[in-house]
Design a protein around this ligand. Structure first.
Ligand SMILES: *[C@@H]1O[C@H](CO)[C@@H](O)[C@H](O)[C@H]1NC(C)=O
Ligand SMILES: *[C@@H]1O[C@H](CO)[C@@H](O)[C@H](O)[C@H]1NC(C)=O
Ligand SMILES: *[C@@H]1O[C@H](CO)[C@@H](O)[C@H](O)[C@H]1NC(C)=O
Ligand SMILES: [Zn+2]
Length: 437
């Protein structure tokens, strides 16, 4: 059970006020001040003994694991970032001292960190109604209005359609970029916001669409990409979870579906795919952050995207999923330590993407198979996409490496999206060339 799960049960949805676009009245706190005194600690276990202690500790305690997202994925020499609530923090620190395990404090006051982001937001000048600000995080409602506006103002370059509905009934919108033609074109799928708290994801998807449309006229290589490929962009995959992360729990990760037996809600939308479903690196417990769901594609969001990709699998040559945080570019397999058949082509594409990203600001990304580079996880979307026949399947873990974690400041949206744009363009360009393994 995580802090999120434990606490949200006590919070009634309607009583929480968020001052997102208007100035907060004096004395009001975001999320009802629920993160006051919370901290984010980093612990790097030095040996197998410490690994075992931490696993036992976190399986028991009510903590919210940021990285990795399950206690079973704790490994020697790998940093563990853990969000602990109120009186839990002192208890955890005492236990760590007792066991002689060292820790550092990444975020000393989580509530303050959240307020800081919003402080920046409310002190900004208001722009005109039609000028959308891509350098702030946007709520679900704002993103949806933006999509309608883009669809209305770019009829020849963009189309918007729904591929289904979420658990709570929200439409699942996809933007299709590229001139409509009758001829066969390869396609690229990009989704953002699979995990609700990773707000930089939806910001990137919007950035991508803006950049593609704005640079079409003066940037010949972008023009070539858009003319020769179809891009399907899903700005927010987990629409219910994203909404919840704005209104109730900033660190919500999963979908919002109800469970028949437990009060805990939601399924990890990146463990719910029909590929080695619910095996290593996924949890069968509904209260865990990596809960795989009652059966594969149980989540309407996953089912809708899977159905769309199955239908278009002959054209879709690249599947790209945007996550945070770790600064990594991952490809299959997630569920096992093995090399994919077209390894050389995929590895080359990853290498090109990462060096294109580096060329912007010198930010380094690690890249490789998800299983060895991050951790083993089953039922993931990249493995599913790959097994379905999409030859290039990538998951990005965007900035940072834990300094801000999920609270990446809005001032870093521009550089993060600018560099990621280069990487995605590199992957898309690669599709226009032949590669033989
Ligand atoms: C975990 O909880 C169980 C029962 O709630 C308790 O007996 C055990 O000592 C706890 N383990 C640790 C490591 O705290
Ligand atoms: C945390 O604090 C609350 C109230 O201060 C108390 O009721 C609760 O028992 C404490 N929990 C733990 C685990 O110490
Ligand atoms: C997007 O615009 C087209 C017209 O260009 C319209 O037919 C379509 O219904 C719009 N999509 C949505 C979701 O409103
Ligand atoms: Zn994620």
């Amino acid at each position: 059970m995580s802090v999120s799960n434990a606490v949200h049960a006590a919070v009634l949805l309607g009583c929480v006020m968020i001052c997102s676009t208007v100035l907060c009245p004096v004395g009001a706190y975001l999320y009802n001040n629920r993160y006051a005194g919370d901290q984010v600690l980093r612990i790097t276990p030095r040996n197998e003994e410490e690994v075992q202690v931490l696993r036992r500790l976190f399986q028991n305690m009510s903590v919210d694991l940021w990285q990795p997202n399950s206690a079973s994925l704790i490994h020697e020499g790998r940093a563990v970032d853990v969000h602990t609530g109120q009186n839990g923090t002192a208890g955890l620190k005492a236990r760590l001292r007792q066991e002689h395990i060292q820790h550092s404090v990444l975020i000393s006051n989580l509530q303050e960190e959240i307020e800081k982001q919003t402080g920046y937001r409310s002190s900004r000048k208001r722009r005109s109604e039609f000028q959308y600000d891509y350098e702030v995080y946007h709520s679900m409602e704002e993103i949806q209005s933006w999509m309608f506006e883009m669809n209305r103002t770019h009829p020849h370059m963009l189309d918007m359609f729904s591929i289904g509905r979420s658990y709570e009934g929200r439409p699942l919108y996809v933007l299709q970029l590229g001139k409509r033609t009758r001829t066969y074109k390869k396609a690229v799928w990009i989704d953002c916001g699979v995990h609700a708290r990773e707000w930089i994801g939806p910001a990137f998807c919007q950035w991508f669409v803006k950049e593609a449309l704005n640079s079409y006229r003066h940037d010949s290589s972008m023009r070539r990409l858009i003319n020769q490929l179809t891009f399907y962009v899903m700005p927010v995959f987990n629409v219910d979870g994203y909404h919840y992360s704005w209104k109730v729990d900033r660190f919500w990760r999963k979908t919002r579906s109800k469970n028949a037996k437990y009060h805990c809600r939601g399924v990890d939308a990146n463990r719910n795919w029909k590929v080695k479903w619910c095996e290593e690196g996924a949890s069968s417990h509904p209260c865990d952050d990596t809960y795989c769901g009652p059966y594969p594609e149980s989540e309407p969001e996953v089912k809708a995207v899977a159905k769309f990709l199955r239908k278009h699998k002959r054209r879709v040559k690249a599947y790209i999923s945007i996550h945070a945080y770790a600064q990594m570019l991952l490809y299959p397999y997630s569920y096992k330590y093995a090399t994919i058949p077209n390894f050389n082509c995929v590895e080359t594409a990853a290498q090109n993407a990462v060096s294109a990203l580096y060329s912007a600001y010198g930010v380094r990304y690690r890249y490789g198979p998800a299983s060895t580079t991050l951790y083993v996880s089953s039922g993931s979307s990249i493995d599913w996409a790959y097994k379905t026949g999409i030859p290039y399947a990538f998951a990005f873990e965007l900035r940072d490496t834990g300094y801000f974690g999920f609270l990446l400041p809005e001032t870093l949206i521009n550089p993060t999206c600018t560099e990621t744009m280069r990487a995605v363009r590199a992957i898309a360009s690669g599709l226009l060339k032949k590669c033989r393994d």
